[in-house]
Design a protein around this ligand. Structure first.
Ligand code: BTN
Length: 338
């Protein structure tokens, strides 16, 4: 444990103030090191009061996140995860890919307070301003084939819903394949990137990237996202929320990941998919088809009754749902919204 994490543990145990001298003695460092560690905690977002007479006192955890805090909330099956938290990165997925090439083990997790070039699906960007979201990537080295990689995403979608519902009173739903919606607006996107092993057709590794809008940015969402994006909270976020949320997602995901092959989570995935029975438009490259979604099968493909009356199965594509249907469950309108 790093010094600032050990100082934090001591401040947590102490009711009221804890003197710098006492901590320095207990941790066998100088008082100056304690002072520096406290400043580091303040930089991380912890509210620590200082008094020349009495020492330091932890007032609140605020919006802070530390690996040790997340670890403390992990269950036995996720205790071995290697957590890193960074202030700012271009993309946590890109960083984890770089680490994967260096050979770091499965279960390496990187969380950033900000991404300057957050990536979305289909070459889009993912808006990731400082301190307002949970931007997390997980390195996986699964034994299964590259085609199975889709189930990392579908499993993760279920895990994110469970995580959100564990720490907020909101109901989380899935928009096929990998977007999480609350009350008709997107709060989370998932991007899984895989490196395949050309020799055996297996996966060299996969990077599971999860981006959640935790609170609305001060300046609001950019114009192009305003209609479709939302955050878990509009402004004030409960203390330690991102810590609890990341631990809840990791616990839920690795629970499913242990038995990804049996796809037992697909039933829940289906139940959380809010467009079954609704009219959608499906974009596939340059082609667009529209019709009513009948079902999602065990392979996570959607079954649609097209306007022509034909029943078709699609394994990939981008679904657009009638904007008004997002809120009232109607079925035949023309105005579509992604
Ligand atoms: C999408 O909505 O199209 C997917 C968005 C995925 C965003 C996450 S944030 C953490 C990870 N790092 C990235 O650069 N992207 C993913």
């Amino acid at each position: 444990m790093k010094l600032h994490e050990r100082v934090l543990s001591m401040l947590r145990i102490h009711e009221g103030y804890c003197s710098g001298e006492y901590m320095a003695r207990e941790l066998q460092v100088s008082r100056n090191s304690i002072w520096k560690a406290v400043n580091r905690l303040k930089d991380e977002g912890y509210a620590v009061k200082s008094s020349t007479r009495n020492g330091y006192c932890l007032e609140s955890v605020g919006n802070a996140m530390l690996p040790s805090d997340i670890s403390a909330a992990l269950e036995p099956h996720t205790k071995q995860l290697k957590l890193q938290i960074k202030e700012s990165v271009t993309s946590t997925n890109d960083e984890i890919k770089r680490l994967a090439e260096e050979g770091v083990p499965e279960g390496t997790v990187l969380i950033a307070h900000e991404q300057t070039m957050g990536k979305g699906r289909l070459g889009r960007s993912f808006h990731s301003p400082y301190g307002t979201g949970l931007y997390m990537s997980i390195l996986l080295r699964p034994a299964f084939s590259a085609t199975q990689a889709l189930f990392i995403t579908t499993g993760a979608a279920v895990a994110v819903c469970r995580g959100i519902e564990a720490v907020t009173p909101k109901k989380a739903e899935i928009k096929w394949v990998n977007d999480i919606y609350i009350e008709g607006k997107k709060v989370c996107g998932i991007l899984t990137e895989a490196a395949t092993d050309l020799e055996n057709g297996g996966l060299h590794y996969a990077v599971l990237g999860i981006g959640i809008n935790v609170r609305e940015p001060e300046e609001g969402f950019p114009e192009e996202l305003r209609e479709t994006a939302a955050a878990l909270f509009q402004d004030s976020v409960p203390e330690g929320l991102r810590t609890k949320l990341s631990a809840a997602i990791l616990n839920a995901f690795f629970h499913l990941y242990q038995a990804l092959d049996d796809r037992s989570f697909m039933q829940e995935y289906k139940e959380r998919s809010f467009f079954i029975g609704r009219r959608v438009r499906l974009l596939r490259g340059n082609t667009v088809v529209s019709g009513i979604v009948q079902d999602i099968d065990e392979e996570a493909a959607i079954i649609m009754e097209l306007d022509s009356g034909q029943i078709e199965r699609f394994i990939a594509g981008e679904v657009q749902i009638d904007k008004k249907d997002l809120f009232n469950g109607g079925s035949k309108r023309n105005e579509m919204e992604e």
